[in-house]
Design a protein. Sequence first.
Length: 94
Amino acid sequence: MPAIGVLQIEIHIPHARSIKDRRNIVRSFKSKMRTKHNVAVAEVDDQMLMNRASICVVTVSSSKDFAEKVLEAVERDAEALLGDMFESAVVDFV
């Protein structure tokens, strides 16, 4: 049975002075995660808030264990890349 894993990441961007600053950070983060981990990434909530972002990362695999490993790697990289901006992450399987 295929596994669909969803990782929702909450980001706080206190130094963003405009929506454009915020979008640059989010766009860069999404691009890096897509390139490194071959996952789908989308901003799903808080799109008009200047200092917050909610991003979902999705992977599809024939194995739940493999999907879980991919999302754990994404979460580790997100924490390393975002530093203090990283607030939380929640994994769910569909």
